[in-house]
Design a protein around this ligand. Structure first.
Ligand SMILES: NC(=O)c1ccc[n+]([C@@H]2O[C@H](COP(=O)([O-])OP(=O)(O)OC[C@H]3O[C@@H](n4cnc5c(N)ncnc54)[C@H](O)[C@@H]3O)[C@@H](O)[C@H]2O)c1
Length: 436
């Protein structure tokens, strides 16, 4: 198998994690360049991968001017940059590993798919959960036919309070207008993708959804609270920024990422100053968050199977749960526990067997660097599969080009339309509106 070369566009949190594959699997991948306007991030990549100075780029335009050849580009820019950068990369002939969500705009999604097909290039979307031992085993069991076809998929995504506040209340995904993604797209296009991918013998035909911002609202702010925590006199508020952000230090890459320094060098005093002016120092009930904190989605498939998804932000623990009910068996589990319970009907004896399948050992693949083991192994396995895919070698069923990412995104767009208009939305009708 050929060792591949890669350039990283957007060397932030995600860009760094995927790149770490090159440090773990040195014979498979080499990072040869980085494009990022942030000099701290470029320096960090330079040190880690011993990059030449002339392979560090401030912008995509500078990168194009140099005419660098590589096997693929990791596009790990923020959501609102995906479309313009992906289209420009395809125009110049690059294969792309593209972060999810592809885009918030259905026409842009179809544009990227069409351009990749026209140019004969590969765009693989970072549906990292598909690649985990947990979900890929569920997929393999369903595809084997052992428990029959899917009758109902019930999924839950509970986002624990540390993550929810730092990403979606005070964080960079808290405002649909600014970031381009609502909560369902940013957090759960993984789950809508799983719903469609696990049941891809059929296709989604109609979607309905409800949801709102019900807790992180001004009405729920403690009496007498200030807009910023450093000016607030309310005692015992669990979201007090100094305690929540500095003492607890939940999701530091999100919170302190805008301070132009490596995380480990930022002092508590600098953090306190940063909280005085950034959104991370704001009262959680008074931010410019314009997204929901709870949402449910129902999907009807062409063959009569159904799926539901419940998304809740601010829960006590993270919990991504699935209960797949099939004609002759069921699969139940929390991805965080890395094990599933498989029930298979014994038709002859009219009873069922129960087996626990544990994946904890198979996700211990961090070797010298634990950054690549994230998402229950998904970050590692997507890179592993991608390299085989681009080499023309067999991969798991998780690896697909962008055409197989369309349904999962369309379910999100339809759900958002349903939630905002209180109607049931037909997927084909919705799609047709965007095909000129
Ligand atoms: N697959 C997943 O499970 C998963 C998880 C989290 C985030 N994401 C997605 O990954 C993407 C990146 O998120 P992140 O948390 O790594 O963000 P980040 O802010 O940490 O990283 C983005 C990087 O892009 C750089 N950048 C900004 N403008 C740029 C430009 N014009 N050209 C090149 N680089 C530019 C920034 O300096 C930064 O280093 C987002 O789309 C996010 O939604 C995916």
């Amino acid at each position: 198998m050929k060792k591949l070369t890669c350039v990283v566009l957007g060397y932030g949190d995600r860009g760094e994690r995927y790149s770490d594959y090159a440090r773990v699997e040195k014979d498979e991948l080499e990072i040869v360049g980085v494009i990022d306007p942030n000099p701290v991030r470029r320096e960090s990549a330079k040190d880690k991968f011993s990059l030449r100075e002339d392979m560090l780029f401030n912008s995509l335009e500078d990168f194009f001017k140099k005419g660098v050849k590589c096997d693929f580009v990791i596009n790990a820019t923020m959501d609102e940059l995906h479309y313009a950068t992906a289209m420009a990369l395809l125009d110049k002939g690059y294969n792309i590993l593209l972060e999810k969500p592809v885009t918030a705009n259905p026409k842009e999604l179809l544009d990227i798919k069409n351009k990749a097909e026209e140019r004969g290039l590969k765009v693989v979307v970072c549906h990292v959960l598909r690649y985990t031992p947990f979900y890929s085993t569920i997929k393999n069991i369903i595809d084997s036919g052992k428990i029959g076809k899917v009758v109902s998929l019930q999924l839950n995504e509970h986002v624990w309070y540390g993550h929810f506040v730092n990403a979606y209340v005070r964080g960079k995904w808290n405002n649909e207008k600014a970031c381009g993604s609502g909560l369902l797209l940013a957090k759960c296009c993984h789950d809508t993708d799983l719903i469609c991918w696990l049941n891809n013998i059929t296709e989604p035909v109609a979607v309905s959804s409800f949801g709102s911002k019900g807790f992180f609202t001004e009405e729920n702010a403690p009496k007498g609270s200030a807009k910023r925590c450093h000016e607030c006199t309310v005692e015992n508020c669990m979201f007090n920024a100094k305690k929540f952000e500095i003492e607890k230090n939940f999701c530091p890459m999100y919170t302190w990422g805008k301070i132009q320094k490596p995380l480990e060098e930022i002092t508590d005093q600098e953090k306190e100053e940063f909280l005085k002016t950034s959104s991370y120092g704001e009262c959680v009930f008074k931010t410019d968050m314009d997204i929901v904190d709870r949402q449910c989605v129902s999907v009807n498939f062409k063959n009569g199977s159904i799926a539901t998804l419940n998304l809740v932000g601010g829960t006590s623990a993270a919990g991504r749960h699935i209960h797949a009910v099939c004609e002759y068996g069921e699969i139940v589990g929390y991805v965080e526990q890395n094990k599933i319970l498989l029930r298979v009907f014994d038709k002859e004896n009219i009873c069922f067997s129960e087996e626990e399948i544990d994946f904890s050992a198979s996700v211990d693949l961090t070797k010298e660097d634990n950054s690549i083991g994230g998402h229950y192994g998904g970050d590692y396995y997507i890179m592993r599969d991608l390299i085989r895919f681009l080499n023309g070698e067999p991969t798991s069923s998780a690896t697909t080009v962008i055409s197989d990412s369309i349904s999962g995104h369309m379910v999100v767009y339809c759900a958002e339309k349903s939630r905002k208009t209180a109607t049931v939305v037909g997927v084909k009708d919705f799609e047709n509106d965007f095909i000129s």
